[in-house]
Design a protein around this ligand. Structure first.
Ligand SMILES: [Zn+2]
Length: 315
């Protein structure tokens, strides 16, 4: 089968590889659509210690497709917690000791969902939900986990820094939680789109909760500056390992800031995300701005179009 394979930073090739053979409990999926996302773009440019294993590595992690054996339309995220290790027993499933390796290989004709994921996190696609929307279940699950981690409550003001696909998903999720949402930054057309995802635009200063979703050091610092005394900052966008960010100790201590990180998702977020997508509560289809074949992914990552949010990859 044809599959995009990560051979190293900036070196992704369309290779001919054997179709995976399912073992007991594994589910072989014919990929209907895979979606590009910012994490894959980062991984393409500089490699990714968490997302990808040692090269050559399968690539792409957002997908929806058809279970080859049953013909069911299914979707699955890129991991499942074990449910038995100490973090899982504490309810911190995103810190599961057996979360890795994450599932990759969505930029291919077929992907094998291993038993550990298929048994806990593989879901049927609701009737009528297009595959390219169902494939958003993984990033939206991350956004829902982020809103949970930030402790967003009805009536709060939530500022979201960064209006990429994940920022827009965070806007929709915070709005759905009853918050007044302010999208910060971005070009005029992105700010306009943020309105459709439930956000007003503004500078975000004095917000009860500030969510960093730009994945830059500058945005991490800005998030701490913007939050009100007693407020919460959620660091959603990951930075390269060993990055150090300084925090104003006065604000942290005398203004009792709460600083939290958020990573990944748990099965309950995956289930909720799929329902949220099927609800049509936000114009999710606006997040897919491009459609390409497997051969179109590298050119897209080499020179991302200005208006790219997510590309649907049709193998
Ligand atoms: Zn575990």
């Amino acid at each position: 089968m044809r599959a995009l394979v990560f051979h190293g930073p900036g070196d992704v090739r369309l290779d001919d590889v054997p179709r995976p053979e399912p073992g007991p409990g594994d589910v072989l999926v014919q990929v209907e659509v895979a979606l590009t996302d910012g994490t894959d773009l980062k991984a393409y440019r500089r490699g990714h210690p968490v997302l990808l294993g040692p090269p050559p590595s399968p690539f792409g992690h957002e997908f929806a497709g058809v279970d080859v054996e049953t013909g069911r339309r299914i979707v699955a995220p890129n991991s499942a917690p074990c449910g038995a290790c100490p973090p899982c027993r504490r309810g911190q499933e995103t810190l599961c000791e057996y979360l890795f390796p994450l599932l990759n290989g969505a930029y291919a004709e077929f992907i094998l969902v291993p038993e550990r994921i298929a048994s806990r996190n593989l879901l049927p696609v609701p009737d009528g939900l297009p595959a390219e929307l169902a494939a958003m279940v993984e990033p939206l699950a991350c956004a829902l986990h982020g809103i949970e981690r930030a402790g967003v409550e009805s009536g709060q003001t939530v500022a979201v820094l960064g209006v990429g696909p994940i920022g827009l998903m965070l806007c929709a999720a915070a709005r759905d939680a009853g918050a007044q949402v302010v999208a910060v930054g971005g070009r005029p057309e992105r700010r306009e789109l943020a309105r459709e995802f439930g956000a007003e635009t503004g500078d975000g200063s004095g917000a009860d909760v500030v969510i960093e979703a730009a994945g830059t050091e500058e945005a991490w610092r800005q998030a701490v500056e913007l939050v009100r005394p007693g407020g919460t900052v959620l660091f959603f966008g990951g930075l390269p390992r060993s990055t150090a960010v300084t925090v104003d100790a006065y604000r942290l201590h005398y203004e009792e800031l709460t600083l939290r990180g958020a990573f990944h998702h748990a099965p309950r977020h995956v289930r909720a995300a799929l329902v949220f997508l099927a609800s049509g509560a936000a114009p999710w289809e606006r997040l897919v701005t491009h459609r390409v074949g497997l051969e179109g992914v590298v050119p897209l990552f080499e020179d991302p179009p200005r208006d790219l949010l997510k590309a649907a990859v049709l193998p």
